[in-house]
Design a binder for this molecule. Structure first.
Ligand SMILES: NC(=O)c1ccc[n+]([C@@H]2O[C@H](COP(=O)([O-])OP(=O)(O)OC[C@H]3O[C@@H](n4cnc5c(N)ncnc54)[C@H](O)[C@@H]3O)[C@@H](O)[C@H]2O)c1
Length: 250
């Protein structure tokens, strides 16, 4: 991809699954990378040479501010924000406890806002013509049963993204969203284990995904790299679906 070499990239949720694959992808592109996550930071730093990192809870304002200070110092300014941290639970709408609703919205929507607003403010004051990619989901575009809180949070991310694109475009800051479908990561492994159904993933792949398989984190990392790169220099306020054709089914 063009324009990624030596850029400073902050990846939230960069310690597992899609974010971890994205750290590897940006390193392969010659970027400088800083990751944060709720857990697994030291393991990620041990695995990747030259990466910076900090433990952070993106839903907590002071934790975000400490993490951003460390990221800014390590990278010398954030050029690219991969706003990726998120959680998911699968439970019927009628069973969702209020604190579970709050927890999902706090990480997936408030967390995304807290990090994006602060990074965008420093891009604007530094005059950085940066790129922000927010993680939404196919669940932002259709109401999958069992995920009311998750669906609502990701739909919120989509309109947050579009509004940011409109307001930040005049500063040369591009903001886009990714909408992956079913990707094999620890997040989905936990949902699969909770389902108690040994055929859960195979049935999902058979019934919902025209390509007949789940996606790989590297396939989402490639989309992150594209949207952050100069190859996407006129892409702003868009959502890129990476779902093996799932949303194309009538
Ligand atoms: N796996 C999928 O099928 C899929 C599909 C669409 C969208 N997504 C989204 O992609 C993103 C990454 O998901 P994944 O599947 O790689 O999950 P994962 O569980 O493997 O990784 C999640 C990452 O987010 C971090 N995280 C969780 N809560 C956090 C918090 N409060 N503060 C900071 N970091 C926190 C974790 O430490 C981890 O690094 C999420 O936003 C998820 O909603 C995943």
């Amino acid at each position: 991809m063009r324009g990624l070499r030596d850029r400073g990239v902050l990846i939230t949720g960069g310690t597992s699954g899609i974010g971890h694959a994205t750290a590897r992808r940006f390193l392969d592109e010659g970027a400088r990378v800083f990751v944060c996550g709720l857990e697994g930071v030291q393991e990620t730093l041990d695995e990747f040479d030259g990466v910076g990192g900090a433990r952070c809870d993106v839903s907590d304002e002071s934790s975000v501010e400490r993490m951003l200070a460390a990221a800014g110092e390590f990278l010398g300014g954030v050029d690219i924000l991969i706003n990726n941290a998120g959680i998911a639970h699968r439970e019927p709408f009628l069973d969702i406890a209020t604190d579970r609703w709050d927890a999902v919205l706090a990480v997936n929507l408030r967390g995304m806002f807290l990090v994006a607003q602060r990074v965008a403010a420093s891009m604007r004051s530094a005059g950085t013509r940066g790129a922000i990619v927010n993680m939404a989901s196919t669940n932002a575009l259709g109401g999958e049963a069992g995920y009311a809180h998750y669906n609502a949070s990701k739909a919120g991310v989509l309109l947050l993204t579009k509004t940011m694109a409109v307001e930040l475009g005049p500063y040369g800051i591009r903001v886009n969203a990714l909408c992956p479908g079913y990707i094999r990561t620890p997040l989905n492994a936990a949902i699969e284990a909770e389902s108690g159904d040994p055929d859960y993933v195979a049935a999902y792949e058979r019934e919902h995904i025209p390509l007949g398989r789940a996606g790989h984190p590297d396939e989402v990392a490639a989309a992150y790299a594209f949207l952050a790169s100069d190859d996407a220099s006129f892409v702003n306020g868009a959502e890129l679906v990476i779902d093996g054709g799932q949303l194309a089914i009538m």
